[in-house]
Design a protein around this ligand. Structure first.
Ligand SMILES: [Zn+2]
Ligand SMILES: [Zn+2]
Length: 449
């Protein structure tokens, strides 16, 4: 039996502020706990050193404004590189599965990145998914986000992509940041139901979550048949977490991981730094490595508090609604194709809570009959400093047809020739793996490598 791979990266030199809940102790207590329990000495576990994600890895997924270096510090590159290290080890069959215990986190970082949202600048899992598809030719990947907060960044990145199934369950967006992730958010017109959101009422415990897993998430995964399952592993559903209001336990998290059996887990949130996080992380590692976790309990665990909880009727209704949607997904897409014009457009308003940035986007998708179309994003951001960034981004998906590839490049060249309203133009060609930024003011073009 192959071992489970682990990467630790606590990022000593990165933080939002010294007293912020997103701080390096999040991982230090986990590390101590694993050493104390002798987990790291077991033959079932192997530790890897993270590498650094380069500009190309990041530009394959994001439009970083103005450039990659402005959004990704060394800490971000190592955190993301930790996920890539685990991905390589899984693909090269050195390990059966792996857990990147890294920070800064990533799941609130969207396709266009002007700054930090929800503690995230770049999206570790999304970058890893695009990396796996480009370098290893994986066709279909599922991401299951088990953080208490809706993974709105990951959702945004794969919104139009029918080959990446994104499933997020989280505390109801009416009661928690970022205020999204409702049942009707199911993906773009050509990728309906490749996004599945399961909002849960505050106070949901182990029974509720395992009900959702068994009755909705696992059956959908069985239908979708992904080449690989990624878990965005946020531990802030715990009953002691200071940022949210759920009732999960370390046992519940370990059991969830065992049933989901992800190939790769990447750490997201979890802010009960001393009392819960080390136990949850340890439970997940034990589950991934096939080690019994039946005696794993948090120090303050009192079982009677949780024993009576059953999945309530609102959870059952949500599950039923999504089961029904999932059944008619192909009809939904066919119907939309018939009704849409050549281009689909949508307007978006995005707020960067950490950095105080307001962004307005106009997104366009070519409704191509032969592929998922090329995309453009007109993005206008008002920064906290009063500065404005107005940019135009073009994206060619990995499976774009020749016509869409050609038309997207023509559009880029046309825009370059015009004296435009934009400060910069970005080209993200995932087929050729070429990522460019053209500065309108000085006519300089750079390639992210
Ligand atoms: Zn979270
Ligand atoms: Zn096309």
């Amino acid at each position: 039996m192959k071992p489970t791979g682990i990467v630790f990266f606590p990022a000593f030199d990165w933080g939002i502020s010294p007293t912020h809940p997103e701080r390096e102790e999040r991982l230090l207590y986990t590390r101590d706990q694993l050493f104390e329990e002798g987990i790291m000495d077991l033959p079932q576990i192997v530790e890897y050193q993270p590498r650094m994600a380069n500009d190309r890895d990041i530009a394959r997924t994001h439009f970083c404004i103005p450039g990659v270096a402005d959004q990704a510090t060394d800490a971000h590159r190592i955190s993301c590189g930790g996920a890539l290290t685990i991905a390589d080890a899984v693909m090269n069959a050195q390990i059966k599965n792996g857990f990147a215990l890294v920070r800064p986190p990533g799941h609130h970082a969207m396709r266009v990145a002007h700054g930090n949202r929800g503690f995230c600048n770049i999206n570790n899992e999304a970058i890893m998914v695009d990396y796996l598809r480009y370098h290893y030719g994986l066709k279909k990947i599922a991401i299951v986000d088990t953080d208490v907060h809706h993974g709105d960044g990951t959702q945004d990145i794969f919104w139009h992509d029918p080959d990446v199934l994104f499933i997020s369950f989280h505390q109801d967006g009416r009661t928690l940041y970022p205020g999204s992730g409702f049942v009707q958010e199911i993906g773009g017109p050509l990728a309906q139901c490749s996004t599945i959101n399961i909002p849960l009422p505050p106070g949901t415990g182990d029974q509720g979550i395992l009900y959702v897993l068994d009755n909705l998430v696992l059956p959908i995964l069985q239908d979708f048949k992904p080449d690989l399952i990624v878990n965005s592993a946020g531990q802030d559903n715990h009953y002691t977490d200071p940022l949210a209001n759920m009732q999960f336990t370390a046992q519940g998290y370990a059991e969830l991981n065992r049933r989901l059996a992800p190939d790769i887990a990447v750490l997201e949130g979890g802010y009960s730094v001393e009392t819960a996080l080390p136990y949850i992380n340890m439970g997940i590692i034990m589950a991934m490595a096939g080690i019994s976790y039946s005696n794993l309990y948090e120090p303050d665990y009192k079982g009677h508090r949780f024993e009576k909880q059953k999945a309530g009727s609102s959870i059952k209704m949500t599950v039923e609604r999504l089961q029904n949607l999932w059944q008619i997904r192909e009809a939904l897409i066919d119907d939309t194709r018939k009704r849409q014009k050549e281009f689909y457009q949508q307007q978006k308003s995005i707020y960067y809570d950490t950095d105080g940035i307001n962004e307005q986007q106009l997104e366009t998708v070519r409704m191509c009959p032969d592929c998922m179309g090329y995309h453009t994003i007109d993005s206008h951001a008002s920064l906290h400093s009063g500065d404005e960034n107005h940019v135009f981004c073009i994206s060619i998906p990995l499976k774009a047809c020749l016509r869409c590839q050609g038309d997207a490049w023509n559009l880029y060249e046309d825009r370059k020739a015009k004296d435009d309203v934009y400060q910069a133009l970005y080209m993200q060609d995932k087929v050729q793996d070429r990522f460019l930024r053209y500065s309108v003011r000085d006519g300089q073009e750079i390639s992210f490598e």
